[in-house]
Design a protein around this ligand. Sequence first.
Ligand code: PHE
Length: 462
Amino acid sequence: MHKQREHWSSHLGFILAAAGSAIGLGTLWKFPYVTGQNGGGIFVLIYIFCTFFIGVPVFIAELVLGRKAQRGAVGVFANLANDSAIWKTAGWLGVASSFLIMSFYSVLAGWGLNYVLMSLSQFYKNLSSQEISGVFDLLASSADITLFWHLIFTTLTAAVVYRGVRQGIEYWSRFMTSGLLIILISLCLYAMTLEGFKEGLHFIFYPDPARFKPSAAIEALGLSFFTLSLGQGIMLTYGSYMRKSDDIPKTGLIIGLMIVLISLLAGMMIFPIIFTFGFAPEAGPGLVFKTLPVLFSKLPGALFISTGFFILFVFTALTSAVALIEVVAANFTDLLGWSRHRAVIIVAISCFIFGIPSALSHTNLLFPNWPAIYGKTFFATIDDLVSLWLLPIGGLMVSIFTGWVLDKQIIREEFNSGTRLRWLWQPWMFFMRWIAPVAIIAIILQQSGLIDINAWLGSSQL
Ligand code: PHE
């Protein structure tokens, strides 16, 4: 039933595809506002630490498992764990999280597309700051327009995945990941000319110990899982398209470095703009759609800056969304023998349908009592369910499976195949067995309210 598996055409192509999946709205939309809310530099430092010491080892593990099994998320566990039901559930959990993320991700990205069009038509002309921010509320509460962009974005993503690993994902990711690097660097250079540049830099790079909250460490770990696309089978699937001669540990380190650099660049672009106009850095999730357009409109070259930024936003979202659909679709082709085309179309339609309540979550049209019952919108409920629960649990399963369940010899061989960094084997194994699981369990316990790290470490006065 298994056809010859398609593989990446080149190592660079793979790096750009994996980086494209990782660099996404997590970097451009979540990182800045979470950093703003958690006091800047000290949070950034913890985030970097979590990325290299926990995120990257788990990232490497996913690639190793995927390449070994040559299957998508569920198949990896079925194949390596002798069809054990518990481990297969871990794979399905990954598939479910990817599906759930895609459902709200494409609503968010759809709004981004809409802002490209709005920027091109210079919507901010003759509007007051308040009116410019208000446009977002108007947009979010317009069911038809939001659904329209949600549909367009889902279709664009499906069109890329439909063309396959090489001609679709790799080809387009190459193009978009390089494009986004160019736009991001240009916007940063621009930010350097602003008055608030120094203050912005100080905010992200100066780790003020007085602002340290241990719970921020947990938030940082969650964010680094989200940005590295871990815990949901993406890198398992991408690993399965790697060749034996590819260097997995090196790839992991490169991607970790790229993610950190891009996050910092995003921060170096956004915070100077915020400080130049005296806004508060802790604006929250609305930062990108409400605060930034106001600020863009006041800058010389607003048309260029605003359009450039939102194109960047859409590109990063698209390369990540491609991975999300691929993971779900790959399981159906692996397990049910569906053709890629059939799997992609069915998955995309289901994502669109399941995304409808998220798209309508700022209107009263569907589930009007949802916020009163769950305390937040449908959109935020799904985002939290995935980011706070499913991803950490997925990451935990991968680390336990790699560190404790699988035969070490098998993993070692796969880890070493194609790499010159063999000396990393020992430290990596140590991280997989001890550091990653303990840290992830700490996240889960903190989030469930079973422990309160702030109080424990005696910093509740912060
Ligand atoms: N890593 C992406 C981001 O930072 C999000 C994502 C998560 C994409 C999981 C694919 C899979 O936005």
